[in-house]
Design a protein around this ligand. Structure first.
Ligand code: UDP
Length: 305
């Protein structure tokens, strides 16, 4: 099988390509990729996805390219909105001409400040269309709408996933790229203050990256899921303050916890209803938060100074 993967050099992509058998072409602008290592069965094209075009044919087209870290995408709102609109259009066109399976990696962010927790796929979301996060959540929503339009108008084999806060080794920790888990781990290992935005009572549900890879492989190889959307996440909700305490405990760190002003439009609660993925994909997460954090911390110990 021939795979085209946008964002294949990023955090999710770098794990996915380790588990895929076949010929793989990656399109990535390397704007956020840090821990990618080239391999012989992988061709890398260095290009922005919204500018990429090809006459080559693929069996599976996977669109991952996007800046996922809020502080980072807020600094690059135009680039973020384009990779999730024009970029999606480019990838859909390539998939249509190839008659390929098209997998779009959307986001739990499309639910915004959700009022139903755990959130099922048929919840429509509560999103600020002109807020600081709109470059990301609204463009992800548009991408889903565009992908479903290709499914309805051209019969394209579209499959949409909504990942919830995936973490693990190779998650960037530096500057604005850091997500909450990578940032807290590095702060703990270096003995720096753990920076909580707001009171720490906001929640997320965290998914270890190998569980995300397994779900994505199931989405590629399961028949009869054309035009379907799946939450790919955990139904276990964790308060950010409790996450900080777990990381302090596992690392044995003496770092202090400090409370900073809340992030604008920060969703208060997030957890995935995964009944649909359990039923149709026969998938559910296997790695507990404690186990995943331990593995991630061990990896960070080996790469940071
Ligand atoms: N967060 C925090 N301190 C940080 C980074 C993040 O308290 O240094 C909080 C953030 O306010 C949010 C949660 O952790 O409530 C998850 O943030 P992240 O940037 O990982 O991604 P998000 O889920 O918001 O897209």
């Amino acid at each position: 099988m021939r795979f085209l993967i946008s964002g294949g050099a990023g955090f999710l992509g770098s794990h996915l390509i380790d588990s895929i058998n076949g010929e793989i072409v990656i399109v990535d602008d390397f704007s956020t990729a840090k821990y990618f290592q080239a391999k012989s069965n992988i061709k890398v094209i260095r290009e922005k996805i919204e500018r990429f075009d090809t006459t080559e044919k693929y069996d599976v087209v996977i669109h991952l390219a996007s800046r996922p870290s809020p502080e980072d995408y807020m600094q690059y709102p135009v680039e973020t909105a384009l990779s999730n609109s024009l970029g999606t259009y480019r990838m859909l066109e390539i998939a249509r001409k190839s008659d390929a399976i098209f997998i779009y990696s959307s986001s739990s962010e499309i639910y915004g400040d959700a009022e139903i927790i755990p959130t099922p796929e048929d919840y429509w979301g509560k999103v600020n269309p002109i807020g600081m996060r709109s470059c990301y959540d609204e463009s992800k929503r548009f991408s889903e709408a565009l992908a479903m339009s290709y499914y309805r108008e051209y019969g394209l084999d579209v499959r949409i996933q909504r990942p919830f806060n995936v973490y693990g080794p190779r998650l960037r920790e530096d500057g604005s790229y850091g997500r909450v888990i990578s940032r807290f781990i590095v702060q703990a290992l270096r003995g720096e203050n753990i920076t909580i935005y707001g009171d720490g009572n906001q929640t997320r549900s965290f998914l270890y990256v190998s569980d995300w890879v397994e779900a994505t492989l199931k989405m590629i190889y399961t028949n009869g899921i054309k035009g379907q959307v799946f939450n790919i996440g955990s139904d276990k909700e964790t308060k950010i303050i409790d996450l900080a305490r777990m990381i302090l405990k596992i690392t044995g760190s003496k770092s202090n916890i400090v409370f900073l002003p809340p992030r604008e439009d920060d969703p208060r609660r997030r957890a995935a209803d995964i009944k649909k993925a359990k039923e149709l994909l026969k998938w559910e997460p296997k790695i507990s938060l404690e186990e995943g954090l331990t593995r991630t911390i061990n990896w960070f110990r080996s790469v940071i100074s």
